[in-house]
Design a protein around this ligand. Structure first.
Ligand SMILES: Cc1cc2nc3c(=O)[nH]c(=O)nc-3n(C[C@H](O)[C@H](O)[C@H](O)COP(=O)(O)OP(=O)(O)OC[C@H]3O[C@@H](n4cnc5c(N)ncnc54)[C@H](O)[C@@H]3O)c2cc1C
Length: 307
């Protein structure tokens, strides 16, 4: 079968695109790695209108259920290549499947940045985590450090201060850059110590992470004993497919789109965190907006072609 739309990625942008596409009676399939995408890692989502207090996983499952109820198909696989042959896109997955579609929406989101320390991989899952919301509960009454100084780090530190005995927030900058409301909340926590102008330079421990080595401009090298370290230093777009397809990206590899979410390649749209849209405000509410806009634009594009 040739779908009207193949949606690559399975986060909020994908489900929204599928929901709108199905309402336009456009056949569509989501091909993505994880139910719900990145938001499934969120402990709580409190800023999505109408659902004031929901876990990210639950929100993702609600998105999926609505998309499927309306007729959207879902395949949880990774897309490894896309080729356009005689005007039809051929989408190849790591499940050795090939899907065909008249149009494509890329909703591939972003990937977490690493600190690039020597033993980062060694300690992953042994005291080192990139997702405070996923792993915080393992650190009840323990001592943890969060690395980073923007929203993700500030929010993670606040959440962890409810669970852990002691929380260090380590940031290389001179002040925290999170939303003022989150920063104020964090500063009010008694078990949080903020260490500014400091770089993590090493991770140490026998069988699991026990210490983080820090470099400070005036005090030189210091150690902080910890049970866990959470790295919350931002993310980068998943750009493998845009590279393959020759899609225009900005200097940080975010996909350039116009006001209809169209890319520079005929038949390919992009939506959500992987794009330059929504003023770089990468949230569920903007991802679902962009997914809907892309589906609407494709409806108009395919209707015009059919005339
Ligand atoms: C811990 C945390 C908490 C957050 N909390 C909030 C919050 O409270 N409120 C809020 O609005 N936002 C929050 N966000 C941000 C929110 O998760 C994102 O803005 C949103 O998920 C973006 O949706 P998306 O569909 O663009 O991409 P994503 O949700 O990132 O989904 C993209 C998916 O595509 C997959 N993918 C990538 N490449 C391929 C490929 N080649 N083949 C198949 N699949 C692929 C990725 O693995 C990923 O699962 C949070 C983010 C994090 C990390």
């Amino acid at each position: 079968m040739t779908y009207d739309i193949a949606i690559v990625g399975s986060g909020p942008a994908a489900y929204s695109a599928s929901i709108y596409a199905s309402r336009y009676k456009l056949s569509n399939i989501i091909i993505g790695k994880i139910i719900g995408g990145t938001i499934s890692e969120a402990h709580k989502v409190c800023n999505y209108p109408g659902l004031p207090d929901i876990s990210g996983m639950e929100l993702g499952m609600k998105f999926e259920a609505q998309a499927k109820d309306l007729g959207g198909e879902v395949a949880y696989e990774s897309v490894i290549d896309i080729k356009k042959i005689d005007g039809i896109f051929h989408i190849y997955s790591d499940g050795k499947k090939e899907y065909e579609a008249k149009t494509v929406i890329l909703t591939t989101g972003t990937e977490r940045n690493k600190l690039m320390l020597a033993d980062e991989d060694k300690y992953l899952g042994k005291g080192l985590s990139y997702c405070a919301t996923c792993d915080a509960m393992f650190y009840k009454d323990k001592t943890v450090a969060i690395v980073g100084g923007k929203n993700a780090a500030v929010m993670s530190a606040t959440m962890l201060s409810d669970i852990a005995k002691k929380v260090y927030l380590i940031y290389r900058g001179t002040e925290l850059l999170g939303e003022p409301m989150w920063v104020d909340q964090l500063l009010a926590r008694k078990n949080v110590e903020i260490i500014l102008k400091t770089l993590p330079i090493g991770l140490e421990g026998e069988n699991r992470l026990e210490r983080i080595k820090l470099s400070q401009p005036y005090n030189g090298e210091q150690y902080v004993n910890v049970d866990g370290v959470f790295i919350e230093i931002g993310s980068e777009p998943n750009a493998a497919l845009s590279n393959i397809l020759g899609i225009d990206v900005d200097e940080k590899k975010y996909i350039k789109v116009d006001s209809t979410q169209a890319t520079n390649i005929d038949g390919i749209w992009a939506a959500g965190d992987c794009t330059t849209a929504s003023n770089g405000f990468r949230q569920v509410v903007t991802a679902v907006g962009e997914g809907g806009i892309a589906a609407n634009a494709i409806y108009k594009y395919l209707s015009q072609k059919a005339r």
